[in-house]
Structures are given as structure tokens and as C-alpha cells.
Design a protein. Structure first.
Length: 102
């Protein structure tokens, strides 16, 4: 079953966001859409902290956009706190020194 779901050919919905961080060989996905119904499900088996299943069904004409936006929200909740802290430290810009201070 994993072989059938592996290496997603369509790069939309969840995969469009996840493939920026996870190898396609580590994503197992089934998706579909019809009219205003959009669905996506993915098993993420990355070597790092990403090991989860995400599934959603949306009834909305903007369903694909909603599904794309769901990934960062869910990953923000699942990401271990020590990795979140490290990310915040790396993104902080050094404070500019005031003129005359050294």
C-alpha cells in the first residue's frame, strides 16, 4: 500500500508545502477533489521530527488554499519545543548599536 501512495505525482495541497522540507520519498499521500470538495491525506515519515498523519476534507471553493494553509499550523503544534526555540534564536537579528557606543 505504501508503494502505491509513495512519491506523489501531484504537487498540490499538502504536498506543495511539505516538499519544501521533506523528500518526496518520505511522503505517502492520497488526495482528491470534486466540485467544492477537497480532500488530502498524507503520512510523513521524515528522518527528523516529522512523523505524523494529516488528513482533511474541506467543502469550500477555496479548499486547496485552505489545505495548504493547514500544514504550517499543524506543524507549528507538532514541532518539538527545543526545535522551536532554536528556530527563534536563529531568526533574531542582532540589535543595531547606537552611534557612539562600542
Amino acid at each position: 500500500m505504501l508503494e502505491i501512495l509513495s512519491r506523489p505525482a501531484l504537487h498540490d495541497k499538502f504536498v506543495s508545502v511539505l516538499e519544501k522540507h521533506v523528500s518526496p520519498d518520505r511522503l505517502f499521500r492520497k488526495s482528491g477533489d470534486w466540485n467544492v470538495y477537497f480532500s488530502d491525506s498524507v503520512l510523513v515519515c521524515d528522518d527528523g521530527w516529522r512523523k505524523y498523519i494529516l488528513a482533511a476534507l474541506i467543502e469550500d471553493k477555496n479548499g486547496e488554499r485552505i489545505l495548504r494553509g493547514l500544514v504550517p499550523v499543524v506543524e507549528g503544534l507538532l514541532k518539538p519545543s527545543h526545535i522551536k526555540a532554536r528556530s527563534r534564536q536563529q531568526t533574531k537579528a542582532p540589535l543595531a548599536q547606537e552611534p557612539g557606543s562600542a
